[in-house]
Design a protein around this ligand. Structure first.
Ligand SMILES: [Zn+2]
Length: 56
């Protein structure tokens, strides 16, 4: 099962978005919110409080 690259939520097969970077690394997103934060705003999951991967 894939997990959202940004917030870490589980993505059942067939849900979410798959994004392939130029270096062939595959990113998974549960929502456009996560996609936007990662790709456009260049936020990091561990420093974003609402993401499940936030670390103090
Ligand atoms: Zn997400």
């Amino acid at each position: 099962m894939a997990k959202c690259t940004f917030c870490g939520i589980n993505l059942p097969r067939g849900t979410g978005k798959i994004y392939v970077q130029k270096d062939a690394k595959v990113l998974y997103f549960c929502s456009s919110k996560c996609e936007k934060n990662m790709l456009k705003l260049r936020r990091k999951p561990i420093t974003t409080k609402w993401s499940g991967r936030y670390e103090k």
